[in-house]
Design a protein around this ligand. Structure first.
Ligand code: FE
Ligand code: FE
Ligand code: ZN
Length: 278
């Protein structure tokens, strides 16, 4: 099945997002676990969750992805920022258990001059404190563009984080198509080579979701600016190859393109046409 969706606002609750994605023509969605600028999360409403779970069963919504706030930086130089990362992620992961068996994605963070190794140390410290044996959520490390001092723009860095995490069976990877191209993985001319490399370094069984974005910047630009599907440096053909590739076509795809809801509906319709088997 083609699992396709986009980023939605959680402000009106879970049921509302589920209804919204069905209206947009999708069957999965992403949302921020809390305000993207940080701060506190919206209270869980048990009635909303019950209605949501019922609705998703009836409407074939198979999985959802919560995205941690951008301000969450597990490897900051500043202790308060690292503490916020711990508090926010542990609270998010507890709330995720209301909707069991889903995905939670976060940016590994920026080491801000402390060096990649120190950064990876802080990130794994955090993961070793927030993961627990019986959790049902899979926590995804997002592949980054390598802007500034971002950790996670090289597959090797992600591999090292996974290796140093005790409960590494709780971890997976979310590949962002804009980010990896900006980072220097040529998914336009050699998608299969990039997937081979991912498999060799991390293992394709760890890949659990794709952020499907075009990019405003050329190859290896380390910029991270998303573009609408087919309007950037990836282009429609590369996007079509990605959603039809045998090794990744069954993963959930999430649009984070610069769109309002009608724009997302158009992109979802376009992608469904590009897709060889729905
Ligand atoms: Fe992200
Ligand atoms: Fe992304
Ligand atoms: Zn991005």
């Amino acid at each position: 099945m083609f699992k396709i969706g986009c980023h939605l606002s959680v402000s009106k609750g879970y049921l509302h997002m589920a209804q919204e994605i069905i209206e947009l023509g999708g069957n999965t969605f992403q949302f921020f676990s809390r305000n993207p600028r940080g701060g506190s999360a919206k209270e869980i409403d048990p009635d909303d969750i019950a209605a949501f779970l019922e609705y998703t069963k009836e409407n074939g919504i198979s999985c959802i992805l919560a995205h941690a706030p951008y301000t969450l930086n597990a490897c900051s130089k500043d202790e308060k920022t690292r503490d916020f990362a711990f508090t926010a992620m542990s609270d998010d992961l507890k709330r995720m258990e209301y909707t069991p068996g889903n995905l939670y994605n976060f940016h590994p963070g920026s080491h801000v001059g402390q060096g990649v190794e120190t950064g990876i140390g802080y990130i794994t410290d955090l993961l070793n404190r927030v993961l627990w044996e019986d959790m049902t959520t899979t926590v995804l490390l997002e592949t980054m563009a390598g802007k500034g001092s971002e950790v996670g723009s090289k597959f090797e860095e992600i591999r090292e984080i996974i290796d140093k995490t005790e409960l590494s069976d709780k971890l997976g990877v979310c590949l962002d198509t804009c980010h990896v191209y900006d980072a220097g993985y040529d998914i336009v001319n050699d998608l299969d080579g990039v997937l081979d490399e991912f498999d060799r370094v991390i293992g394709l069984d760890r890949l659990k979701a794709i952020h499907l974005n075009d990019t405003k910047n050329p190859f290896e630009s380390h910029k991270d600016r998303h573009e609408k599907i087919g309007e950037g440096f990836l282009g429609a053909d590369a996007i079509s190859n990605i959603i039809n590739n045998e090794r990744i076509k069954d993963l959930p795809f999430y649009l984070e393109t610069p769109n309002e809801l009608p724009g997302y509906a158009e992109e979802i319709a376009m992608l469904k046409k590009m897709r060889k088997s729905l």
